[in-house]
Write a protein that binds this ligand. Structure first.
Ligand code: MSP
Length: 530
């Protein structure tokens, strides 16, 4: 077993409605990184899960006439199905309703209380009685409740507080003098919006609803949902258990991948809690951008969700994974449109990747009955082409070390593009016509090697099409990235390949998708009214 370890986490998702393509984004990114690290020889622990407590969920369950647990169970089954569909290779799925997690959260809360970092006080703010929610002045919309738009009143509630203020200097130092938070642009957001005026102590218990982890020594109170949720990253490893083997092995986390709106919780509250617990800090938090839809964050409440099931049924899982990883510049926001989705597939997967494999394997079959051997003579064009192939490993590694999945994929597709150009430059059909068999063999071999190397490099990102390519190359699917070097195969015995990605007729498809979206919206409306 490798002594290089890598612990990566997704946020844990709120099971409060339909899962959409925006949720898939964080998880697919983490999956690509986890798979990449495994293939680089790391012992990887990849954690995901669900964040199941809180007033919103309690209310939704009530409206549906079921218990909160029944309500979340159904959605958790759905998300697990979705991760299965998208080939997410997580090692553990944590639910905040798991008993071991709830017990560990109680121990964490007690430890902080005993240490004096949690104390009892009064929480005052604007209260919306129908919603039973406290809001701060800045959260109000035109002075009214941001959820229901009704009047709010000044109110006070007894609460336990965490001494966040005690840690403000250390947090500021962490964010401004280390690369704990990436990309760098998010550091300025944190400092200017939250740290500039100092940190207030944080209300970490609630009494206005029941669906949460009870405070053991004062069971009128339940633990604030973010303390409950953030703790998942250590409780999943058995922190506070009698035998915290995984915790000892994998903590501190190498990477918490989170969407930009929850960077604050992960880079201010979470490190402060860990400091208070005397637990080492995670090595890095990466705040990625959003997948937008018509300029808005894709979200259940806005009803602008794109259904991953529909997309995968029509275009396959690799198309979704590719789109998410390639289209949205890593760290920034990206706008989803059906047109761009289809364009990406047609250009990159159909034209570049699919075509290269199809053309080359067809030529290998036609000219050599699939038997192609390693050449001994090379032209200048070959040397440049081979140098490109051999440079790929390092380029991808550099981008992956910077956590830039988009750029890593771009480099792989550059080599695929150069292979297509290599065909046009060398015109194998002319070599065949002129009877230049040795040169023709060299050209086809070089192409097969480009296909093998790029398909290997693609394995962390796309989980099905590279495997089909390996089957046609007659080469085993590699478990590591050690073979990202030209010339590893002495003799090929290839077979032809099916069409990997069928070309999509843009006009027809857009009309179909439009129709499906309308049907889906109608169904949603019906369910809502029912
Ligand atoms: N439960 C909290 C996280 C607790 S972690 C200790 C939460 N859940 S969430 O379901 O609302 O969001 C989970 C993740 O999905 C976040 O990283 C969020 O950014 C991501 N996304 C949800 N919609 C998204 C898009 N439209 N685009 C990209 N990611 C988005 O926050």
């Amino acid at each position: 077993m490798s002594d290089k370890k890598y612990y990566i986490t997704t946020p844990i998702y709120y099971p409060s409605g339909k899962w959409h393509l925006g949720h898939c984004y964080t998880t697919v990114c983490c999956d690509a990184i986890a798979r990449y690290k495994r293939m680089k020889g790391f012992d990887v622990f990849f954690l995901t899960g669900t964040d199941e407590h809180g007033q919103k969920i309690e209310k939704k369950a009530e409206a549906k006439g079921c218990t909160p647990k029944q309500f979340v169970d159904e959605l958790v089954a759905d998300i697990q199905k979705l991760w299965g569909l998208l080939d997410i290779s997580y090692n553990k799925f944590i639910r905040t309703t798991d008993e071991y997690h709830e017990k560990a959260v109680q121990k964490i809360f007690n430890k902080l209380y005993e240490k004096g970092d949690i104390y009892k006080g009064k929480y005052s703010g604007k209260y919306c009685t129908p919603c039973e929610s406290f809001w701060t002045e800045s959260q109000l919309v035109n002075g009214k409740c941001p959820d229901c738009g009704r009047d709010v009143v000044d109110a006070e509630e007894e609460s336990y507080f965490f001494r966040l203020s005690k840690y403000q200097d250390k947090i500021k130092e962490l964010l401004t003098t280390t690369d704990f938070l990436q990309p760098q642009s998010r550091v300025n957001e944190m400092v200017n919006n939250f740290l500039k005026d100092g940190l207030n102590d944080l209300a970490v218990s609630r009494t206005s609803f029941k669906w949460g982890v009870p405070v053991t020594f004062d069971n009128k109170h339940i633990v604030y949902v973010w303390v409950d949720a953030l703790s998942n990253y250590i409780t999943a490893l058995g922190y506070a258990d009698e035998n915290p083997e995984l915790f000892n092995k994998f903590w501190p986390a190498d990477l918490h991948m989170v969407g930009k709106e929850i960077v604050r919780f992960h880079t201010i509250i979470w490190p402060a809690l860990l400091m208070a617990l005397d637990v080492p800090l995670p090595k890095k938090v990466y705040g990625h951008g959003w997948l937008l839809f018509g300029g808005d964050k894709m979200s259940k409440s806005k009803g602008n969700v794109v259904d991953p099931y529909i997309l995968s049924a029509r275009y396959g899982v690799d198309a979704i994974r590719y789109y998410l990883l390639r289209e949205i510049p890593f760290g920034s926001d990206g706008n989803y449109t059906n047109e761009e989705f289809i364009t990406r597939i047609n250009q990159d997967l159909v034209n570049d990747m699919g075509n290269l494999a199809k053309r080359t394997l067809a030529m290998s079959k036609q000219y050599f009955d699939g038997k192609v051997t390693k050449p001994t003579e090379f032209t200048e064009i070959d040397d440049t082409f081979i140098a490109n192939i051999n440079a790929l490993d390092k380029k991808v590694e550099d981008w992956m070390d910077k956590i830039n999945v988009t750029k890593a994929l771009e480099c792989i597709f550059e080599v695929i593009g150069s292979a297509n150009k290599y065909i046009d430059l060398n015109k194998p059909w002319e070599l065949n016509k002129n009877g230049e068999k040795a040169r023709l063999n060299a050209v086809i071999y070089n192409l097969l090697e480009a296909i093998r190397v790029t398909s290997t490099a693609l394995l962390p990102f796309l989980t099905s099409s590279p495997k089909k390519i390996f089957a046609s190359l007659g080469v085993c699917v590699p478990d590591t990235l050690d073979s990202l070097v030209y010339g590893q195969v002495n003799a090929y015995a290839t077979t032809e390949i099916e069409v990997l990605f069928p070309r999509i007729d843009m006009k027809k498809e857009l009309a179909e998708l439009e129709k499906l979206a309308e049907e889906l919206a109608k169904e949603e409306e019906k369910n809502h009214m029912g």
